[in-house]
Write a protein that binds this ligand. Structure first.
Ligand code: G3H
Ligand code: ZN
Length: 292
């Protein structure tokens, strides 16, 4: 069990008006690239794995890898189980030693979402009082992919302010994933729609102590990201842009050097390109030089 305290790290972000990036991974090279980028820029970080991503890399394996990077770098690396849909999925990662969990009951009806999220908070905190629990409310569209068809975000998809307040009070979550015009993935034009910043402001005013999370950070207009951080977003999730950087570099390397068979050479450009994306995000989120 790691001694990482995610709530303290997010409190620092809240006070310093910056956001911590959650970077999703499914391979060891991605983890290496992200940790190296954050170490070079002295930035806090969150490593995220969805249910499919951790099925690939392995739950116990990713916990051990992150622990070894914490030991080597001294960075407070938070490991978050992203978009868990069931209590069983949460139990597995809490028991394995993840330091943060995201219970995504947003597709359930409001009452069921409250019940499931509260059950998760009670269990997770009984095993590890320092664990951070994130809940979700609203209809977040898309997956972490490039979308051929444009995704239309409707006003009724957005997180409802009154419901959000009740949700936080009844569940005891530490952070809330909000839907404010954000979506997972990137539209093929490489530009995603703007955020509904007014809604974000209303949510923040209604629950000033709660950490606010922006999912679907890839492709979001840069100015909107900056404004969202000023309006209280403390954590931003990035996946699609990392997947693109890794895969594009790998494809190019194989095409350019068809005779190369050493994995550490074939994968080197994927690591470099992933680092480049992570460094850009750190600068955009204002989390550079936050580790003393
Ligand atoms: O939970 C993961 C994120 O919300 C990733 O979103 O793929 O649009 O960057 P993204
Ligand atoms: Zn997400």
């Amino acid at each position: 069990m790691s001694s990482i305290k995610p709530i303290i790290e997010l409190k620092k972000a809240q006070q310093g008006q910056y956001a911590i990036g959650q970077f999703n991974i499914s391979t060891d090279e991605q983890l290496k690239a992200i940790v190296e980028a954050c170490n070079e820029l002295k930035s806090p970080l969150i490593i995220g794995t969805s249910e499919s991503e951790r099925k690939f890399i392995g739950v116990n394996q990713v916990v051990a890898l992150v622990d070894s990077w914490i030991k080597d770098t001294g960075l407070p690396i938070i490991l978050n189980a992203d978009h868990c849909k069931t209590f069983e999925s949460i139990k597995e990662v809490v028991d394995a030693g993840y330091s943060a969990v995201h219970i995504d009951g947003s597709k359930l009806d409001f009452k069921e979402n409250i019940e499931l999220t509260k059950k998760v908070v009670d269990y997770a905190k009984s095993v590890n009082p320092d664990i951070l629990v994130e809940g979700e409310l609203g209809y977040l569209r898309g997956g972490s992919d490039i979308h051929k068809e444009n995704i239309e975000i409707k006003e009724e998809d957005l997180t409802n302010v009154d419901q959000a307040k009740e949700f936080v009070e009844k569940t005891g979550i530490d952070s809330l994933a909000v839907v404010i015009g954000n979506m997972h993935g990137i539209q093929s034009s490489m530009k995603n729609p703007p955020l509904f910043l007014n809604r974000l402001q209303e949510i923040q005013k209604a629950m000033p102590g709660v950490f606010l999370v922006l999912h679907g950070g890839s492709g979001t207009p840069v100015d909107d990201i900056k404004k969202a951080i000023k309006l209280g977003v403390n954590k931003i999730n990035i996946n699609t842009e990392l997947r693109m950087a890794y895969t594009d570099a790998l494809e190019k390397e194989i095409k350019d050097n068809p005779d190369e068979i050493k994995p550490y050479n074939v994968l080197a450009p994927s690591i470099d390109q992933t680092k480049k994306v992570v460094k850009e995000k750190i600068k955009l989120f204002g989390s550079e030089n936050r580790i003393l």
